[in-house]
Each structure stands twice: as C-alpha cells, then as structure tokens.
Ligand binder design. Sequence first.
Ligand SMILES: C[S@@+](CC[C@H](N)C(=O)[O-])C[C@H]1O[C@@H](n2cnc3c(N)ncnc32)[C@H](O)[C@@H]1O
Length: 305
Amino acid sequence: MRALSQLKTLLSPEPLQAALSRLHGLGHIVRSPFGRTTRVAAPTVTLDGDCHAGRVYLVGAGSGDVELLTLKAARLLQQADAVVYDRLVGDDVLALIPAGHERYYVGKERGHHSVPQAEIGALLVKLAGQGKSVVRLKGGDPGVFGRMGEELAALAEAGVEAEIVPGITAASAAAAGMGIPLTDRAHAQQLRFVTAQLCRKGGEPDWAELARQDETLIFYMGLTKVEAICTGLRRAGLPDDWPIMLVANASLPEQASLVGTLADMPEKLAASPLPSPCLIVVGSVVRMVERSPAAMTNTPAEPSR
Ligand SMILES: C[S@@+](CC[C@H](N)C(=O)[O-])C[C@H]1O[C@@H](n2cnc3c(N)ncnc32)[C@H](O)[C@@H]1O
C-alpha cells in the first residue's frame, strides 16, 4: 500500500509539478571506470500526455504489483473516461482510477463464464462511439494470451482508433520474483511462451518440438495441466530430473512457488497445492534459483517451498 500511495502522490496534480520539476531540473554525472567523468543532461519524463476522446487504449496492467505498472498505464488510468478491466487486474491498480470515472468489469465471476469476447468488443466500440476515452485494462501484457487480436479486429471493423500500451507479462514477473533470468548463455538460448490450454485430449501440443534442452519453456494457464506437461515432455525425451518450477501470484506479497523435476513435480503439487494464477517454467535456468541472491525476500502468506 505504501507503493500505491507513493504512485498516487507522483500522479496527483499538485506534487506532480514538483516531481516533474525534479525530473527535469537535475542532471547527473557519469563516472567511467577509466577515470573520465561526463555530465549528462537531465532526463525528461513527461506525465502529461494526451488521452484522446473516442480512442481505445489496450493497456497492460502488469503482473499484480502496482509498482510494475508503466507510468503511461498509470497516467491513462487517471485520465480515461471509462475503464474496462479483467479478473487478473489487482485492486491496487484499480485504486488509481479516480472516483466517479466509469468502470466495467468483464472478467469471469466465480462459477460463471466470462463475458463473451464479442460483447467486450461491442462495449469498447459503444463507449468510444460516445466520444469517451477508454482504457481496456488487461493483466500482464495485453498481447500475451490476452485475446487482444480479437478486440483490435472489432475496433478496426467499427473504425475506432486504438493504441497499445505493453505491460510486464507473468513470465518476466515470475522469473524476477524467483531471482533468475529467462534466458542465459549457459542455459537457454531460446524462450517460448506456450498456452497450456492445448494440453488436453485431442489438443496435444507438439511435445517433440517442445522437448529441447537449450530453451526455457513457459506455460501459461497450466495449473491443472502439470501432470500432462511433465508426462508429455518426459515421453518426448527430456530427462526425469529436468528442472521445472511453478510460481503462483508472481510479484505479489503472497507469491508462492514449487521447484522440482519433471518426475517429482506432480507429486509435489498434490502435496502442496498452489493457488491460481500460476505460471510454469521448464528449463535449466530453474537450477539458478537455489543460488540466487535475488529471490523475493519478503515473507509470503504461503511460504515458498
Ligand atoms: C489469460 S493468461 C493472461 C496472461 C497475461 N496477459 C500476461 O501477459 O501475463 C492468464 C495466465 O497468466 C498467468 N499469470 C498471470 N498473472 C500471473 C501471476 N501474477 N503469477 C503467476 N501467473 C500469472 C497464469 O498462467 C494465468 O493462468
């Protein structure tokens, strides 16, 4: 909550001027290891950009921690006439929307289906057609398993202007929270984002294609598919002791994780279930967790195991 109030302070009109004058007013000195020093001009960070009437901004809300929101996303949330948001957007992020501004929840309610995609598209078109500036706020990055393509198509068909503001995707937040990189010269030269929705009867992914030892594999939406993923990858040739990690609520105080192997992860998960949302990381970069000085150090409600 401290982070949220700091962000609000930065974005509120009065201290904003002071914050900007600080950002505009200061330069800094860069010292090189070879003894040279250079004076660098002050950075220019403008938090006073436009928010156009009749335009839809497809904005990434990041992985949950309000401090991982981009400055542009925070600004647009404060300026937009209407915000249309999903289930994975955190309360701290929503708290940045000024009281009295319109907000529409289009995520899944417990035990109910999500609002159909066509209805979401129609809502965005309607709000923009009323001359409102609209933020379509999605968890993580709107372009990663976010169905943004369908919304862009609906807007294009109706002739509505759109702009994309990227966000921190869950893979980046999970790796950071566990103190490891997603790629590493010694471990993984490739990185692949996969939807686990395909890991079901009749929708098998190409396991042989995925079972590589020079790659980090990230499975989104896979908490109920862990066994299928471990079995599929082992059958396709990855060793039983190949590393896998599960990270739930990445970047949030309640982040929880399990680190194991393709052989023992299904059993570990059954013994210590993790909540949703949860991300699955497969690859030898996971071996770096043990020695990382950068793993999240705050005490989660459910401690990392
Ligand atoms: C529909 S996808 C949306 C992904 C999102 N657009 C992104 O870029 O992170 C939802 C899946 O993202 C993952 N996810 C989202 N936020 C997460 C978080 N904070 N911690 C772990 N996994 C997360 C989970 O696998 C979840 O099932």
